[in-house]
Design a protein around this ligand. Structure first.
Ligand SMILES: [Ca+2]
Ligand SMILES: [Ca+2]
Length: 182
């Protein structure tokens, strides 16, 4: 389903989902938080090598978790109801457990919108090109999310004229998506 989806960070699975199958989120290395729906059945190796996963909320109604679900995990805490299946499971697998009342939804990580330099959520508008052009010409210095978004040509991690060219090509529809990766 989402296997190898490296950009997925935080997900709340809707209640309509009743089971999550084999390797569904395997190798989602950016996934940091997940909230499971009531009564969901978790298959085998679902979160295999989700090494950034810090928290998972497991409702009391969940009573089936497959094999090696969290193999390759990092610093994971299971949030659930005391004495529920979730706690039993956490203890059995040597995973940290905390009461669900302690769960705080993590701040969303800002997503990179390549080509949106002025941070108005629109890509490759005149303002974006002007800002990137000024940065490349050393007239201004982009910082923070603007600088991250400016890396329209990811072959070189630095922000330079190649990124400006990629952004202009995108605007002229010579590129269909950003970043240009070569
Ligand atoms: Ca913009
Ligand atoms: Ca670049």
């Amino acid at each position: 389903m989402f296997e190898d989806c490296i950009s997925l960070t935080n997900i709340i699975i809707p209640d309509s989902i009743t089971s999550i199958g084999y390797r569904a989120f395997a190798n989602c290395k950016s996934l940091t938080n997940i909230v499971l729906p009531d009564g969901v059945i978790i298959g085998d190796v679902v979160f295999y090598y989700c090494s950034s996963l810090r928290s998972i909320v497991i409702p009391e109604s969940v009573t089936s978790i497959g094999r090696d679900v969290f193999a390759g995990r990092g610093e994971l805490t299971i949030y659930g109801v005391s004495a529920s299946y979730a706690e039993t499971y956490a203890n059995k697998e040597y995973i940290s457990f905390a009461d669900i009342s302690e769960f705080v939804e993590p701040e969303p990580v800002p997503t990179i919108v390549y080509g949106d330099i002025d941070l108005d959520s629109e890509i490759g508008k005149i303002a974006d090109i002007v800002l990137l052009g000024k940065h490349v010409a050393n007239k201004i210095t982009l910082t923070g999310q603007s600088l991250i978004n400016a890396n329209c040509d990811t072959r070189d991690p630095a922000v330079n004229v190649a990124d400006l060219q990629a952004l202009i090509k995108f605007m002229l529809k010579q590129l269909s998506y950003l970043p240009y990766e070569g």
